[in-house]
Design a protein around this ligand. Sequence first.
Ligand SMILES: Nc1ncnc2c1ncn2[C@@H]1O[C@H](COP(=O)(O)OP(=O)(O)OP(=O)(O)O)[C@@H](O)[C@H]1O
Ligand SMILES: [Mg+2]
Length: 294
Amino acid sequence: MGIVISTVNMKGGVGKTTLTVNLATCLAKNHGKRVLVLDLDAQISATLSLMSPHDFAKTRKKRKTLTYLLDSIIQPNPYNKLTIHDLICPSICNVEGLELLPGDIELYDEYLVSEMLHKQAIEQNATDFEKIWNYFERILIQDILDPVRNEYDFIIMDCAPGYNLLTRSGIAASDYYLLPARPEPLSIVGMQLLERRIAKLKESHQAEDELNIHLLGVVFILSGGGLLSRYYQQVMKRVREDFEPHHLFQNSIPMDVNVAKAVDMFMPVVIGMPGSSGAKAFAKLTEEFLTKLP
Ligand SMILES: Nc1ncnc2c1ncn2[C@@H]1O[C@H](COP(=O)(O)OP(=O)(O)OP(=O)(O)O)[C@@H](O)[C@H]1O
Ligand SMILES: [Mg+2]
């Protein structure tokens, strides 16, 4: 069974997508792993970091995005015949083993989800709507991944900032989560909020099979130098007091303009500019990532 990992932080713009696509690429390119990237964010940043807007537009026109699979669950339709296998794009950026299930700018309609679950509650004569909702959350992403879980070494999901249905469902389907963070007070608040939310998520699923999700580690995305970096060191010290040492990656990612520029080339920096400091840091982080897994 492939290891399922979600990249999460309540805070936006901390480097979730950049970490997802570069880690996935290094795993496939440098370590020969079979990796599937799932874009759970309607901003489609992971998708557009791995394929051009032109290719995405063509894919979306054919309805070959995650939305198709979500629709098949939320509004089942006998004409929906495609499976997840039909939607996955192979050899992304010409890297063998790197595959992508493209995301979409319109993923699901919350009203339709509520309506469907409400109907289910009536059919089942259920009085506990929360239970129905929790069950749906638990199986949504899990059911989508089930047919392909054996085919990959890793499935990595790029989650949206905040804590929406797909993030919760993605976390519930994961074995581990990665927590990228900038060493800034508000980013740390984002980490603490997430930790609390995940503890609560585990509690709400206690009645069923217990959720077996673990923090694989916090990855620091550093910025600036000089005085600023001394300040960041202080903030990181605070994080070290909050988290156990094995929950922190030793390797961090420096700010490197090449990382941002690579997005313009629709490929991760580890392919576009492998000699850059950012790319080298992602390659080293990937090695550490592999040592952290049992
Ligand atoms: N190491 C880095 N060096 C330079 N720029 C970076 C680095 N990491 C990320 N960036 C840039 O910072 C911005 C935010 O990064 P990213 O999109 O990965 O964050 P995110 O947490 O996924 O954001 P969101 O919450 O909106 O999904 C992007 O423009 C990205 O290119
Ligand atoms: Mg993102």
